[in-house]
Design a protein around this ligand. Structure first.
Ligand code: SOE
Length: 381
C-alpha cells in the first residue's frame, strides 16, 4: 500500500472540544483507509503548563501559547479552532490568510456578521473549511437523512426538536472564565440558542431544508451572577431557555425548545419528523437507534420499529466492530475527521462548510430578534 501523506494538525484550545477533536484525529487513521494520516503537530493553550499537560496527554509534538504563532507555522496544514466563540472569527480570518485548512467548533461565530466575515475569508483564500456540528455524523442521524433522500417519508408535515440540560439551575453558579464562558453573553454570543439550538437547527436544515420564518420566546431565569473574571455580580445576558416555532420552505411546521433548566436532563437531544408515509425519531440518549414508523407496512403489523443502527450496511458502521456492537458520541467526531480528510483527497467541500453553517447562525439571529421584538422574523440571508 502506498505510504500516506501527513496532515499536520494545529489545535487551538484544550477544553472539552479540544479533547473530542484530538481523540478523533488520533483514531481516524486506524479505522478509515485515508490518503492522509493526521499528525498532532502542535497544541496551543493560554499557559505553557496547560499546553504541555494537554500535549503529553494526547500526543502533540509541540506547544504554543500564542495562537498567532501556531497559525503562522509552516509545518501546520489544518487549524482546529476549539476555543470559546468570541475568538472564532479572529482565528479563522488569520488562519485563512495563512492558507490553512480550518475546522471550527460550533457555532460558527457569535452572530451572522462575524460568521459572514469568516465565510468570505475562507472562500477568498480557497481553503478547505468545516464547522463541527457532530450530531449529523451519528450513524442513526445520517441514516435519517438517507431515508428522507430516498423519499421514504414522502411530504414532510412536522419537525420537532428539543435539547434539554439542567447544569445552570443553581443561582450560585458564577459566569465567565475558562469553564463557564458559555454563561457570559459577550463571549458566547447567546445562551442555549447558539449553544444547543444551533445543533438542532443544523440537523433540521440538513434533514428538512431551509427555514423561512420563526417566532420565539426566551427567558433568563437567573438575572445576575458573579463574574469569574471581575469578581463582581453582573447582569446575565444569555438566554437560559428558548422555544420557537418555525415554518420551513417545504411547507412543514416545526417546534424547537431548549433549556438548561430541565431538572433531570443532562443532554437530552431528541427530534421527530412526521411525513405523509412515514415518521422517524431519534434520541441522543439512545443514539445508536433510529425509530421508524411506516404507514405502508401491512396493517396488523404496523408499528414503530426500533432500528439498531449497527449493521455493516448502516452509515459508517462497516468501519467499526462486528454487526450488533454499538458505537457512541466520540465516534461522530471520528466520522467528521474521516469525511473532512476524504474531502481533501477529492478536492471537494465537506458539509457543513462555513457558508452552510452561516445559515444556522442566521436562524439563531432571527430567533433572538423575534424573542426581543415579539414578532415573526424572516431569516435574513
Ligand atoms: C453544553 O453543555 C454542550 O457541551 C454544548 O456546548 C455541546 O455542543 C453539546 O454537544 C453538549 O453540550
Amino acid at each position: 500500500m502506498a505510504s500516506k501523506k501527513n496532515l499536520n494538525v494545529g489545535m487551538i484550545g484544550c477544553g472539552f472540544m479540544g479533547r473530542t477533536h484530538s481523540n478523533a484525529f488520533r483514531k481516524v487513521g486506524n479505522f478509515f483507509d485515508l490518503e492522509y494520516q493526521p499528525v498532532l503537530k502542535a497544541v496551543c493553550a493560554r499557559t505553557q503548563a496547560k499546553a504541555e499537560a494537554f500535549a503529553s496527554q494526547w500526543g502533540y509534538e509541540s506547544t504554543e501559547t500564542d495562537w498567532r504563532k501556531l497559525v503562522e507555522r509552516k509545518d501546520i496544514d489544518l487549524v482546529e479552532i476549539c476555543t470559546p466563540n468570541d475568538s472564532h472569527r479572529e482565528i479563522a480570518m488569520a488562519a485563512a490568510a495563512a492558507g490553512k485548512m480550518i475546522i471550527c467548533e460550533k457555532p460558527l461565530a457569535r452572530n451572522s456578521e462575524e460568521g459572514l466575515d469568516m465565510v468570505k475569508a475562507v472562500e477568498q483564500a480557497g481553503v478547505a473549511n468545516l464547522v463541527s456540528y457532530n450530531y449529523r455524523r451519528v450513524p442513526a442521524v445520517t441514516m435519517a437523512r438517507q431515508l428522507i433522500d430516498e423519499g421514504k417519508l414522502g411530504k414532510i408535515f412536522h419537525y420537532r426538536a428539543v435539547f434539554l440540560q439542567d447544569w445552570t439551575i443553581s443561582k450560585d453558579l458564577p459566569q465567565g472564565g475558562t469553564a463557564l464562558w458559555r454563561l457570559d453573553a459577550s463571549v458566547a454570543g447567546s445562551g442555549v440558542t447558539g449553544d444547543l439550538l444551533a445543533h438542532c437547527i443544523d440537523t433540521a436544515l440538513w434533514l428538512n431544508g431551509s427555514i423561512d420564518t420563526v417566532t420565539a420566546m426566551t427567558e433568563t431565569f437567573v438575572k445576575e451572577r458573579k463574574h469569574n473574571l471581575t469578581g463582581q455580580v453582573e447582569k446575565v445576558g444569555i438566554d437560559d431557555a428558548c422555544a420557537f416555532l418555525a415554518r420551513f420552505r417545504n411547507g412543514s411546521l416545526a417546534t424547537f425548545e431548549s433549556t438548561r433548566y430541565a431538572r433531570g436532563h443532562k443532554a437530552l437531544y431528541v427530534f421527530e419528523i412526521n411525513g405523509e408515509h412515514a415518521s422517524i425519531a431519534w434520541d441522543l440518549h439512545d443514539l445508536h437507534r433510529l425509530q421508524y414508523f411506516d404507514h405502508r407496512d401491512e396493517g396488523i403489523l404496523r408499528g414503530w420499529r426500533s432500528i439498531h443502527v449497527t449493521d455493516g450496511e448502516h452509515p459508517y458502521m462497516d468501519k467499526w466492530w462486528v454487526p450488533g456492537l454499538q458505537i457512541g458520541y466520540e465516534h461522530s467526531f471520528v466520522h467528521q475527521a474521516a469525511d473532512f480528510i476524504e474531502g481533501i483527497s477529492k478536492g471537494q467541500p465537506v458539509s457543513p462548510t462555513f457558508r452552510e453553517a452561516l445559515e444556522t447562525q442566521q436562524v439563531c439571529d432571527a430567533v433572538l430578534r423575534s424573542a426581543a421584538n415579539g414578532t415573526w422574523e424572516k431569516i435574513k440571508a
